[in-house]
Design a protein around this ligand. Structure first.
Ligand code: IDP
Length: 136
C-alpha cells in the first residue's frame, strides 16, 4: 500500500546547495516525486505548518528561519513513505539523534538548522499536503 508524505528542504538546505543531494536520496530509495516546487514561505503558511509548536520557546525563531529564504516543497509517494523519509532524514537533533548516513546526520550540526522536514504521521501528512499543495 502506497502513502504520501510532505518533504521540505528548509532554507539552510537550499542555501547550502543540498537540494540535489536530498532529492537524489529520495529517488535512490525508490520513492516517487508527486509534486516539487521552489517557493518562498509566507508567514501565514509557516504558522499553520508549525502550529503544534506555537507557545514553545523556539517558535518565533523557527518561523523566522523557515521564512528566511526559499524552500523546496515536495510530495513524496511510496510504500511506508512517511517513515521511509523520516529514516532518510534522521532524528531532529543532527548531532545527538540523527545517525551518520542520514541527511541530518551527514550534513547538520544544530537542531534548528536540520535541513529537512518530513511529515511525522499519516494525519500530519494529510494536513500538510493540503496546506502546501491544495490542488493535489
Ligand atoms: P521534526 O522536524 O524532526 O519532526 P519537531 O519536533 O517537529 O521535529 O520540530 C520541528 C522543527 O523545529 C525541527 O525540525 C527544528 O528545525 C526545530 N526545532 C525543534 N526543536 C528545537 C529546539 O529545541 N530549538 C530550536 N529549534 C528546534
Amino acid at each position: 500500500m502506497s502513502e504520501r508524505t510532505l518533504v521540505l528542504v528548509k532554507p539552510d538546505g537550499v542555501e547550502r546547495g543540498l537540494v540535489g543531494e536530498v532529492i537524489g536520496r529520495i529517488e535512490r530509495k525508490g520513492l516517487k516525486l508527486v509534486a516539487l516546487e521552489l517557493r518562498q514561505v509566507e508567514q501565514q503558511l509557516a504558522e499553520q505548518h508549525y502550529a503544534e509548536h506555537d507557545g514553545k520557546p523556539f517558535f518565533g525563531s523557527l518561523l523566522e528561519f523557515i521564512t528566511s529564504g526559499p524552500v523546496v516543497a515536495a510530495v513524496v509517494e511510496g510504500p511506508r513513505a512517511i517513515s521511509a523519509f523520516r529514516q532518510l532524514a534522521g532524528g531532529t537533533d543532527p548531532v545527538d539523534k540523527a545517525a551518520p548516513g542520514s541527511i541530518r546526520g551527514d550534513y547538520g550540526l544544530e537542531v534548528q538548522y536540520n535541513l529537512v522536514h518530513g511529515s511525522d504521521s499519516a494525519e500530519s501528512a494529510e494536513r500538510e499536503i493540503k496546506l502546501w499543495f491544495p490542488e493535489l
